[in-house]
Ligand binder design. Structure first.
Ligand code: IVH
Length: 674
């Protein structure tokens, strides 16, 4: 029967959405705006609702399906999921190579494929006839849990394979993880929602994969990178390198450029050293490298021993951990009144940085770890993630130590603290709690908000304690003379502060919205709101229903916005700010026209005439993306003076390099955004 137009459109939409998912999540090169993507998605949802007879389980709309489970089913891995033997140094790597050669009775150099060792959760995907049938956790290596509904929600996991040449049944293994930046945002959201925060990206990824409600998993930013086959039946590759190429052709995200073929063990040692150096610039956490004999024929010859293959080895990096003693446990009060226990520790070097504080998150977390004043603890710090206490060394505990209990009253204002239903954190509910006001003021002036950069936390505290600043608008009433009344405040710095306050009177609307500290409205959401409404007055009039129509704004965020923006005290404050000359610039409303830098990724380095944040904002506003590390995916390196290793790397990769003038020309030449 001939397909009618609607049916054809449904198929076209599915193809387009799959293709854009692939470009975004696998290639990291989006070609359309989120808004445009959403239009396509909504159209497909509408058509499928009208024609349920054409629904198909591998439609992109069917990623989130199914009801919450009460427990996961178990299933056996056809081929056991082995583990890897570890090594910890270049010498160990060379020793591994020696063992390989000895087993093969060969003196010849062995070619290896080196990959980063991803610090996430291992998953097996099973495809039959090119369709995703099942996803399993590693479990004990023999039997795993069936987590298909959760894994289906990952847009980096193809529901049906691309390309050709896949076997009837295909088993693919890989790692599910969360990018460091996404992890930070997720934890901020969890914290604001009063929910448990995660200790690190790996826990967040593992917790999400084992989440019984797929709708929750769907909202969390998980990604998957494929790196190994399960059973090799039907695969016609000659090497790990071939296999990775096949994976890419079938639509999987792989470690592609980060993987490197080396001709001998010394090359693997080099790779180990290089990768350790760049580990913090990667968007995800890694804890070492995996070295694999490249040839599948040699892999087969080597086989496995005691649950790990002889042809692979995990070379781990030095742990970013250290032991120190807890001197005190303080309870900090945040901008939203959240009470957060923080351990003050004897300063200690972890991964090259001095660490003195570690967050203990909340009461539940502190009880689980049973951290006490005087305890010796193992601390971990990964990149720029907040230091964390991993465990207490109980054998070194002092005999008279006391378990910590959370204060029932706010340590700042003394009013009773409360724990809301479904929240794990305690909050101070006093809206005029001095700590809450101080933290709100600090947030208001912060870099991504009003950017009053000369006004540091200490001065804010002093101004508040002296009764000179109790609200946002009070900042704009300050004079140089007021500031000079503070201890240790010299005329030069007072002048600078006044100047930087003055400068903030003309502010971008999104920054002002973010500065207000509305719960769940981070800088991203503030940008969406500013672009949607253009003027503050329009946002103030928005109803919950209207806000919910905006892509990316859910009911919880919408009601928080409406609730906050209807408080008489805040409205009065906004009025005062206006009278004092704080006027947000009107923002060009989103027009969804072509964006000149769409699909281009920039890395910015060296010193340039505009601030780094401003340049990033500019690029994003013109539809481009920015990244902190140079790779083959980089479209342009924008290099200012004294550009260092990034320039070298870009030259090495023969990437186009722009100076400031060329960058300006690029923007000017592009079709204008109107
Ligand atoms: S290959 C036979 N490649 O390391 C094992 N594993 O100890 C084949 N892992 O649980 C695994 N990154 O979760 C392989 N690039 C990579 C990896 C990797 C991380 C994890 C994996 C596994 C553990 C093995």
């Amino acid at each position: 029967m001939a397909k009618n137009n609607t049916q054809k459109r449904i198929e076209e939409l599915r193809r387009l959405i799959r293709d854009h998912d692939y470009k975004y999540y696998v290639l990291d090169q989006p070609q359309i705006t989120d808004f445009e993507y959403d239009q396509l998605y909504q159209e497909l949802v509408r058509l499928e609702e009208q024609h349920p007879e054409w629904l198909s389980p591998d439609s992109p709309t069917q990623r989130v399906g199914g009801q919450p489970l009460s427990q996961f089913e178990k299933a056996q891995h056809r081929t056991p999921m082995l583990s890897l033997q570890n090594s910890y140094s270049p010498e160990d790597i060379l020793a591994f190579d020696e063992k390989v050669k000895k087993f093969l009775q060969s003196e010849e150099d062995i070619e290896y494929l080196c990959e980063p060792k991803l610090d996430g959760m291992a998953i097996e995907l099973i495809y039959e006839q090119g369709r995703l049938l099942q996803a399993l956790t590693r479990g004990d290596g023999e039997t795993g849990e069936v987590v298909t509904s959760n894994i289906r929600t990952l847009r980096s996991v193809p529901l049906c394979l691309e390309g050709t040449g896949w076997p009837e049944r295909l088993e693919i293994r890989g790692e599910v993880l969360i990018f460091k930046e996404d992890f930070r945002q997720l934890n901020d959201m969890q914290q604001e929602a009063g929910a448990l925060t995660f200790a690190n990206p790996r826990n967040a990824a593992a917790g999400t994969v084992r989440q019984l409600d797929p709708r929750i998993a769907a909202r969390r930013p998980l990604r998957m990178y494929a790196y190994a086959p399960g059973g090799k039946e039907g695969l016609i590759c000659k090497s790990q390198e071939d296999f990775i190429k096949q994976l890419q052709g079938w639509g999987f995200a792989t470690l592609g450029r980060l993987a490197q073929k080396v001709p001998h063990a010394q090359g693997a040692v080099e790779y180990y050293r290089q990768t350790e150096k760049i580990r913090h610039s990667l968007p995800f956490e890694i804890d070492g490298i995996v070295i694999k004999v490249n040839s599948w024929a040699l892999q087969a010859e080597l086989g496995s021993i005691a649950r790990s293959p002889r042809w692979a080895n995990a070379a781990k990096f030095k742990p970013e951990q250290a032991v120190t003693q807890v001197k005190d446990i303080l309870v900090q009060v945040g901008r939203t009144g959240a009470l957060t226990p923080v351990a003050l520790m004897e300063p200690v070097q972890v991964g090259g940085v001095k660490v003195t504080n570690a967050t203990l998150h909340n009461e539940q977390e502190i009880q689980r770890k049973d951290v006490r004043v005087g305890d010796w603890v193992l601390v971990h710090r990964a990149g720029d993630v907040i230091p964390e206490i991993i465990e207490v060394l109980k054998e070194r505990r002092l005999q008279d130590s006391q378990a910590f209990t959370m204060p029932t009253h706010c340590p700042a204002c003394g009013s009773p603290s409360a724990q809301m239903e479904e929240e794990v954190i305690r909050r101070c509910l006093n809206p005029i709690c001095p700590a809450v006001i101080k933290e709100s003021l600090k947030h208001f002036v912060s870099r991504r908000a009003m950017n009053i950069d000369k006004l540091g936390d200490k001065v804010i505290e002093a101004l508040f304690d002296a009764g000179m600043v109790k609200s946002f608008s009070d900042l704009y009433r300050l004079t140089k003379e007021d500031l000079l009344k503070l201890d240790r405040q010299g005329p030069k710095s007072a002048q600078n502060i006044i100047h930087s306050i003055q400068k903030s009177r003309t502010v971008k609307l999104d920054r002002l919205i973010y500065a207000l500290g509305i719960r769940f409205v981070g800088d991203q959401t503030a940008r969406v709101l500013a672009r949607h409404y253009g003027r503050l007055q329009s946002l103030l009039k928005a109803s919950k229903e209207e806000l919910e129509q905006i892509p990316d704004i859910g009911p919880k965020v919408a009601s928080s916005i409406v609730q906050t923006l209807s408080q008489p005290a805040l409205l009065k404050e906004l009025d005062e700010l206006k009278k004092l000359g704080v006027s947000p610039e009107e923002v060009q409303k989103e027009t969804h026209g072509p964006k000149p830098l769409q699909g281009l990724t920039f890395v910015v380095t060296g010193s340039l005439p505009m601030g780094r944040d401003e340049i990033h904002e500019l690029i994003v506003s013109l539809g481009g993306k920015t990244s902190s590390s140079v790779s083959r995916k980089t479209s342009y390196l924008l290099a200012g003076e004294a550009a260092g290793s990034k320039l070298d790397k870009a030259q090495e990769l023969a990437l186009p390099i722009l100076d400031w003038n060329q960058f300006q020309q690029l923007i000017a030449q592009s079709p204008s955004v109107d």
